[in-house]
Design a protein around this ligand. Sequence first.
Ligand SMILES: Cc1ncc(COP(=O)(O)O)c(C=O)c1O
Length: 439
Amino acid sequence: MTQYPMVSGELPGSKSNQLQLRKVAAVSNGVGTVFPSYIQSASDGLLVDVDGNHLIDLGSGIGVTGVGNANSAVVQAVTEQVSKFTHTAFAVTPYEPYIRVCELLNELTPGSFEKKSALFNSGAEAVENAVKIARYVTKRQAIVVLEYGYHGRTNLTMAMTAKSMPFKHGFGPFAPEVYRLPTSNPLIDGLSGSDAAELTIGRIEKEIGGANLAAIVVEPVQGEGGFIVPAAGFLKALAEFSKKVGAILIADEIQSGFCRTGEWFASEHHGIEPDLITTAKGIAGGMPLSAVTGRAEIMDQIHPGGLGGTYTGNPVACAAAIAAMEWMVTQDANQMAKDIEKTIKSVLNKLAIQHPEIAEVRGMGAMVAIEFLSTSDRKPMAAEVSKIAASCHKAGVVVLTSGMHGNVIRFLPPLSIPTDILASGLEIFAEKVTEVLGN
Ligand SMILES: Cc1ncc(COP(=O)(O)O)c(C=O)c1O
């Protein structure tokens, strides 16, 4: 049986290095490449680079290819659609796949009420539109976001994103009326969900006033923030408060949605039914598509033409999304995520016994992270985490870092990754942790 990763010589290889020279010459310096092995094909958990190396993919292109890369159902749907027509603009001359995506989203997202959807291109665009809708409907302006949150890189979503470098640094001024308040981060604050919520709600009441609040935007499992899972009851309390003051609860499920956490949406773990949900990433097997789904009585208040854009709900992306969502239903992708969680956590929990610097192994389903804090002063170990990630890359395993302090490694493999490939990637990761921490 072939053993993965399959790497010959140094990574990146010579052809990748040549491409990187062209990249440096032609592509803006502002566009980074963390691991410049250039990819020419990919499948379930494997990335094949231009030098023929087979790398293990534990990041899914930042949580996108949940159904696997070049998933055959997605490829077939895209191929069929692309040979029929590639674009008309739904707002001018519409087409059925857009409607089918909305029907599926209305059905699959949490909430036992009538829902409607609107489609966009990127995650940030979905978040922008959810905020637009919330402000329009409530006729209020204040938007509450949480510490460690990440919502995108457009002007409004930069204001909503917590971390300055690299996302916001030098790009201000940012959009007004966005208020960042404490979240529940059990490892750091040690608070119960209800105590953490009391703090946050108290701040909203004093600093903003419930009557001015348009929306609270939460990530049910924080993505870029380092897979922080709020303590039980925190989001439920925010949802109840939001309802009480007539505001809108927006769950940003762009990273945590589509079976990633072992449920269709991570909101379900918290027992909340958000008024609006933003989705993107895992929705369409790698094709660019995003959505806002929510209560019909909210979504329908917007005037015709108020939501949209030239490419929004592109037919090829919609065909991919339909195939991806049907694949998740028929293949029981939630069970795949639960199995992946067991495999990852069994390796990481053992590693945590060996290395006291591992402060926490957390997450749900195929969305698991490991945080490193120094044993002497509990300071974030960003330099060591960078070294671990770089050593994994050199060995042919793609892992992603995250967290406000860059001291978290997050695992979000394709849900379709074969167990032996996942196990091999984790084994290499464990070796590199031990090499770098040296105990
Ligand atoms: C929770 C969350 N919201 C919004 C975004 C922005 O999505 P996009 O990069 O597609 O604009 C991301 C991207 O990582 C995300 O994780």
